[in-house]
Design a protein around this ligand. Structure first.
Ligand code: SAM
Length: 356
């Protein structure tokens, strides 16, 4: 994939990008919610489509994908990022579905990386298409990527993802590191299934200087599979890993707002991390807002309400209306998600539709 800089190279579902305004954007009030949390991170989903089918995420034949006309164009995403940056957003993370299936993604990444105020642009990918575009991602300004990989065993990979792509993912990780990208691995752990992969993944990370982040299974699947009994809690993962690989020691001084809790191996060689959204929610430090591929703003992965930004963008409203939508979304944010509550209402769409 080569980077094109001209709008006419962008596919039919990516309407032309308007020329970049040279002047710096008017600033907007910072995005601070009722709990005093400052929002400086925006997760942007660029598609709800994916090229693998993880059993805990979506059915093999997904019901309906979003119509392409509903998906925000590069120009629309860029406009939202400009207003978010004017309100203090500094970090962007692109996701999906699988973001690398979106045609010419590096073009968009390069555009948003150049927006005044944006300090970091990162990407979460399943790695299947990574080898072909790692250098383009680096050239576009990406420095950090998270690659989703739940197992190193080809048969288990096929069982999990219903696709035979492990060798392409491994090649993608190699290519990304070769291109200068810093890589972390995200592995979703489902109780009663994933235990055999814990040790192998941690060992792979240790041997290659890659942080592996083990993620607790969350009630965000589009297959109705989730139940509390399928959550492999961080405490249990720590116990299994410590038994196999020796004690793990919490890393002090890590970024308290990061979702991952880091541990290093006591022998000093390597780190692992846990994203314990279920058993150790990190809502108190949440600095994130989300934009879905169809232009809905969300204050939480688990939110049941969304702000319709796409209509604002398409009916020709001004920047103040985008600013208000950002502020209102942050203003409505709850103190914490409801996973542990008896009355949990799962969000109307799964992780792939929201953007994980
Ligand atoms: N396609 C990209 C990828 O695979 O990383 C980005 C989108 S994917 C939805 C983001 C992450 O969410 C992946 O690591 C995926 O495994 C994880 N995920 C999906 N469903 C999940 C669930 N129910 N609980 C926890 N993590 C989940």
């Amino acid at each position: 994939m080569s980077i094109s800089t001209f709008d006419d190279r962008i596919g039919p579902w990516c309407a032309p990008i308007r020329p970049v305004q040279a002047k710096s954007p008017r600033s907007a009030p910072r995005l601070i919610d009722r709990c005093g949390r400052v929002h400086d991170c925006l997760r942007i989903s660029v598609t709800d489509r994916c090229n693998i089918r993880c059993f805990y995420c979506m059915p093999d034949i997904p019901e309906d994908h979003l119509p392409r006309t509903d998906i925000l164009t590069f120009g629309e995403i860029e406009r939202v990022v400009r207003r978010a940056a004017a309100a203090g957003v500094r970090k962007l993370r692109f996701t999906g579905g699988e973001p690398l299936v979106r045609k010419d993604l590096p073009v968009l990444l390069r555009r948003v990386a150049g927006i005044p105020g944006i300090e970091e642009v990162a990407l979460t990918t399943n790695g299947v298409l990574l080898a072909g575009c790692a250098a383009d991602l680096y050239a576009a300004g990406i420095r950090r990527i998270n690659v989703h990989l739940d197992t190193l065993d080809a048969t288990r990979y096929r069982t999990i993802t219903r696709r035979d792509e492990l060798s392409r993912v491994m090649a993608g990780i190699d290519a990304a590191r070769g291109a200068g990208l810093s890589v972390k691995i995200n592995a979703v752990m489902v109780k009663g299934f994933s235990e055999p992969d814990l040790h192998a993944l941690a060992g792979f990370g240790r041997a290659n200087g890659i942080e592996v982040r083990f993620i607790e299974f969350m009630p965000l699947d589009a297959c109705g599979l989730w139940e509390m009994g399928k959550v492999l809690p961080m405490s249990e993962m720590l116990r299994i890993l410590s038994k196999d690989a020796g004690p793990l020691v919490p890393v002090r001084g890590a970024d308290r707002r990061a979702p991952a809790v880091e541990y290093r191996f006591a022998d000093g060689c390597g780190k692992v991390a846990f994203i314990a959204s279920v058993t150790r929610p990190f809502c108190g430090n949440c600095n994130r807002l989300r934009l879905t591929a169809d232009g809905k703003l969300r204050y939480c992965l688990f939110a049941v309400e969304e702000t319709d930004l796409r209509t604002i963008l398409r009916q020709g409203d001004g920047d103040e209306d985008i600013d208000s939508a950002l502020r209102e979304t942050v203003g409505a944010k709850w103190a914490r998600h409801q996973i542990q509550a008896d009355a949990l209402v799962p969000p109307p769409r799964g992780m792939c539709g929201i953007g994980g």
